[in-house]
Ligand binder design. Sequence first.
Ligand SMILES: [Zn+2]
Length: 328
Amino acid sequence: MTDMEFLALTLGGQPSLPTPLPLNNGGRMEHVAEGVLCLAPANEFAPRVLLSAGVHGNETAPVELLDFLVRDILADKVVLGCHLMIQLANPAALRIGERYLDYDMNRLFDGAHRRHGGAREAARAAQLEALSAGFFAQAPAGVARLHLDLHTAIRGSVFERFAICPWLHGAQPDRGQLGWLSGAGIGAVLLHSAPSPTYSYCTSRTSGAVAFTLELGKARPFGHNDLTRFTGIDRAIRRLVAGEAATDPDVPPPRLFRARYDIIKHSEAFVLHLEDSVENFTPLPDGMLIAEDGEHRYVASGGEERILFPNPSVSPGLRAGIVVGPAD
Ligand SMILES: [Zn+2]
């Protein structure tokens, strides 16, 4: 078995890697597209797990975690107990360390790429969507399907690690998976209440996967990540890949929040009344004026609401933050 530096080869623009490679347990690894690997054990009925990272090119720590994971599978330090697809989603943006080149890729899934054909991210989102749909479609009926889309955030967070569960069209999130998240050190889960063009919504809706977007800490450039801050999620992912149950009954479940409404920036007159340094999930006192924009006023209500992803510098017409509250 040869060691292979998946990340370095992908970032170096290596067009094709030397695959398929046999794995020691009778499985094989295949390089199916730029930045995309498929690792298959001999057991056709093993669960299907998609791990994506680098949808935003400045969020490098999860990319490094996946690179180490692949190396350790090849070195037989991790036994492959699932069908695993690894996607380094936006290599072009990863190479320059920017969130994106032309358009935010995590607004281009579930077919939204068709409306932004000029953006370089659109073609890539379409390719990833097709690859993941094919990957999950090969699963025999009844086989578990899971997608974790790994991110880090620019801003600090009251809950250092949190998950976003895409809208499930009225269904409840999977309790076992919520337990897995808390075991992975995820302190909070935001339950979305509407469709969105994100990658996790796309695989949830089109492939019936249990899918989450995971925000795992601070975004830093390659070489500047403190990977010790990621050991909980790394361990949980390795247990998942090995096919081991990973729920710990002693760990309390994550706090559940639901999106109440989006703060929309209607015009350049928009003012956000929060400090630039405000963290995600910061509580909003009852009656606080959060933002205003001409006659639009956003006022906190009830004392249990919190702010998520505040960003006053978006273009007019776009979301400048989400107000969330506790879910039942
Ligand atoms: Zn991100």
